[in-house]
Design a protein around this ligand. Sequence first.
Ligand code: HEM
Length: 172
Amino acid sequence: MRGDTRAGLLWLPAVAGVGVAAGLGVYGRLHHPSRLSIFGELGRPIVIKAGLTTAVVILAVVQLISAFALYGRLPSRSWTPALHRWSGRLAVLLSLPVAVHCLYAFGFGFDSPRVLAHSVLGCLFYGAFAAKMLIVSQPDNGRAWVLPLAGGLVFTALAGLWLTSALWFFVS
Ligand code: HEM
């Protein structure tokens, strides 16, 4: 019974994650794209966004390595938990202005398979992140594999959205 209750708690992160991803997608479809840039006079939005997204990916690699250390797969230090937490917080913080610009200036794009994949992965990234945060807040959910799965999903979505946006910009 207790196990059922704990497993039942996993529905909350799953439903919240799908809700966040779908909510962003629906907003991106309904909102009329506006060319007004939230970056003002700082520079060309595409350059700022590609740079910020690359910084987010570097921080996500720090997240991945420190997660392996926390799971005992790599040597860990006393500061490894703090490194994991702060690199994650900074990564999400840096991603926010980029995503706001994407949603505000472009919305959910269908123009090409690359743009569609990027839009889907952008929504998935925040959905998986929301689910992961809820899973972290319930460490006793009775499923040890859930947290690495959610973390892996966040990382994979980010890697995909970087490939379909920042890397595409740098090489094209
Ligand atoms: C929240 C959901 C998201 C949606 C719906 C979305 C949608 C889009 C669209 C339609 C484009 C234009 C693509 C083109 O025409 O080439 C774009 C560009 C871009 N996106 Fe996103 N995006 C999202 C999230 C993100 C996130 C989380 C990041 C990075 C952390 C990101 C990084 C970029 C970059 C670097 C570009 C290229 C720069 C530009 O064209 O302005 N996006 N996005």
